[in-house]
Design a binder for this molecule. Structure first.
Ligand code: GDP
Ligand code: IMO
Ligand code: MG
Length: 430
C-alpha cells in the first residue's frame, strides 16, 4: 500500500517534476492533490522536454494512471490544450488520465478577477501567476464554486450560474468597471469542455483507495511549496491552497495513515518567484551567476526567479510541518562553479537568534541570516548518478543540509534528466 507524497519543501520549483517522473516508473498511480496551472513541472526524459501545468508527471511512464484530485483547481481550457500538446508529441493522455468530479473549475471570470485584484493591490501585489487560482479557491471556500461534476449536467450548471454569476458581474462592472460575463458564453464553453473532458471526470477518491488497498503504489504529486502554503507559508505572499502534507490527504481523499513516505524536495539553494520576504536573497554577482547558470526563470510565467543561499531555518521548519521520511536535494550541480558557499543556520532579530521563522511577515522581513561558510568542490557533480563519485566537499555540503533539515537525504539530483539522479538509499518498492 505504499503512497509517496512528493512535497515542495521551499517556495516551489524545487524540481518536483523531475523526481516524480523518476519515481513514477515504479508507480500504479500518480495523483496531483493541490494547486492548479500556477504550477509548472519540468520533466526531461528519453521522450523529450516537457512543462506540465495540470497533467500529472506520471504521464510518460507506461501503465501509470494519472489522477487530478479534488484539491486541484482545473482550468478546462488549459487542461485541453495541455492534452493536445502532449498528443502532438506522441503521448496520448486520454486513456491514462482522470479528473475528480469534486475538483473545482477555474472559470474565465476567475482569471479576470485575479489580474484585476493584483492591479488593485498596486505596490502590495502578491505577484500571482494570474491564472485565476486565488479567486477559484475563494469561490470554493465561499461555496459559490463550480465543480467538474457540474459539467456533466449542463441544465443544472445553468441554474448554478444563474445563482453565482450576477454577483460576479456586479463585482466586475461596479468595482472594477470592466465588462460583465454572460451565462451563454460560459455555457457554450462548458458544452465544449464536457465533450473533451466529460469521459475523464470520475469518482477518483474511491479508485485511488482501491488501488492502495490492493497493494498498489501511489505517488502523490504536490505543487508549489510549503512556504507558499495558505497557513504555514509567508502569508499573505502565498498561494491559496495547501501544498503541505495535510493537503495531500484532503486533496485526494486518502487517509493520513495510508501515506507511508513523505519526500521533501529541496533545491540545494533557495529561489522564490513573486513578492514576499526572502531572508537569504542574493542581490550580487553570485546570485546573478546562479540565476544565469541554472536558467532560473519561471516555468509558468517566464519571470526571473529570485535566488539566495540555502536557508536551514526554513528547511528545519519545513520538516517540522511536513515530517519528511526522506529529503531530496536537487540542483546540486548548479553550485559546481562556486569557491565557497553560505548556509543560513539562524536568524538575527532584535538582538535574538531565532531557529524558527517568526509568523509575521514584517518580523520575517527584519530577520538577517546567520551564515556558516563551506568550501566549494573542485570536481563537477553534473550528471553523477553514483554516490561514490560525489566529490568530498559536495558530500560535506549535503551532509550539513541533512543535519539542518533533520532527516536523511535519500536522493540527490545532479542534472535535469531523469538519469541524473543518485539514489543514496533505495526507498522504492521493487
Ligand atoms: P517543479 O515546479 O518543482 O517541478 O520545478 P520546475 O520544473 O519549475 O523547476 C525546476 C527546474 O530545475 C527545471 O528546469 C528542471 O529541469 C531543473 N532541474 C531539476 N533537477 C535538476 C538538477 O538536479 N540539476 C539541474 N541543473 N536542473 C534540475
Ligand atoms: P510549482 O508547482 C513557484 C507563487 C507565485 C506567487 C504566489 C501566488 O511549479 O512549484 P498564485 O498564482 O498561486 O496565486 O500565486 O505563489 N507560485 C509559485 N512559485 N512555483 C510554483 O509552482 C508556484 N505556484 C504559485 O509566483 O508568488
Ligand atoms: Mg515549477
Amino acid at each position: 500500500m505504499p503512497a509517496y507524497a512528493i512535497l515542495g519543501a521551499q517556495w516551489g520549483d524545487e524540481g518536483k517534476g523531475k523526481i516524480i517522473d523518476y519515481l513514477s516508473r515504479r508507480a500504479d498511480i500518480v495523483a496531483r492533490f493541490s494547486g492548479g496551472n500556477n504550477a509548472g513541472h519540468t520533466v526531461i526524459n528519453d521522450l523529450g522536454d516537457f512543462s506540465l501545468h495540470l497533467v500529472p508527471c506520471g504521464i510518460f511512464s507506461d501503465g501509470v494512471m494519472n489522477v487530478i484530485g479534488n484539491g486541484v483547481v482545473v482550468d478546462p481550457d488549459v487542461l485541453i490544450e495541455e492534452m493536445e500538446t502532449l498528443k502532438q508529441g506522441g503521448i496520448d493522455v486520454s486513456r491514462s488520465l482522470m479528473v475528480s468530479e469534486r475538483a473545482h473549475l477555474i472559470m474565465p471570470y476567475h482569471v479576470m478577477l485575479d489580474t484585476l485584484a493584483e492591479r488593485e493591490r498596486g505596490d502590495f501585489a502578491i505577484g500571482t501567476t494570474g491564472k485565476g487560482i486565488g479567486p477559484a479557491y475563494s469561490d470554493k471556500t465561499s461555496r459559490t464554486g463550480i465543480r467538474a461534476a457540474d459539467l456533466l449536467d449542463l441544465e443544472g450548471l445553468r441554474h448554478r450560474l444563474e445563482e453565482v454569476l450576477p454577483f460576479v458581474n456586479r463585482v466586475l462592472t461596479k468595482v472594477y468597471e470592466v465588462d460583465s460575463v454572460s451565462i451563454d458564453y460560459i455555457l457554450d464553453k462548458s458544452r465544449m469542455w464536457k465533450d473533451f473532458l466529460g469521459p475523464l471526470i470520475k469518482p477518483v477518491g474511491r479508485y485511488v483507495n482501491e488501488v492502495l488497498d490492493s497493494g498498489g503504489t501511489v505517488v502523490l504529486e504536490g505543487a508549489q511549496g510549503i512556504l507558499l502554503d495558505l497557513d504555514h507559508g509567508t502569508y499573505p505572499f502565498v498561494t491559496s491552497s495547501s501544498p503541505t502534507i495535510g493537503g495531500a490527504s484532503t486533496g485526494l481523499a486518502i487517509q493520513p495513515k495510508q501515506i507511508t513516505n513523505v519526500l521533501g524536495i529541496f533545491k540545494a539553494y533557495n529561489t522564490r518567484v513573486g513578492s514576499g520576504p526572502f531572508p537569504t536573497e542574493l542581490f550580487d554577482d553570485v546570485g546573478e551567476g546562479i540565476r544565469t547558470i541554472a536558467k532560473e526563470f519561471g516555468t509558468t510565467t517566464g519571470r526571473a526567479r529570485r535566488v539566495g543561499w540555502f536557508d536551514g531555518v526554513l528547511a528545519s521548519y519545513s520538516n517540522r510541518i511536513n515530517g519528511y521520511t526522506s529529503a531530496v536535494i536537487t540542483r546540486l550541480d548548479v553550485l559546481d562553479h562556486l569557491d565557497s558557499l553560505n548556509i543560513c543556520v539562524g536568524y538575527k532579530l532584535d538582538g535574538d537568534i531565532l531557529d524558527e521563522p517568526p509568523g509575521g511577515v514584517a518580523a520575517l522581513e527584519k530577520c538577517s541570516p546567520v551564515y556558516e561558510t563551506l568550501d566549494g568542490w573542485d570536481v563537477p557533480t553534473a550528471g553523477i548518478s553514483n554516490i561514490s563519485e560525489l566529490p568530498t566537499n559536495a558530500r560535506v555540503y549535503v551532509d550539513r543540509l541533512e543535519e539542518l533539515i533533520g532527516c536523511p537525504v535519500d536522493i540527490i539530483s545532479t542534472g535535469p534528466h531523469r538519469d541524473h539522479t543518485i539514489m543514496v538509499r533505495d526507498i522504492l518498492i521493487s
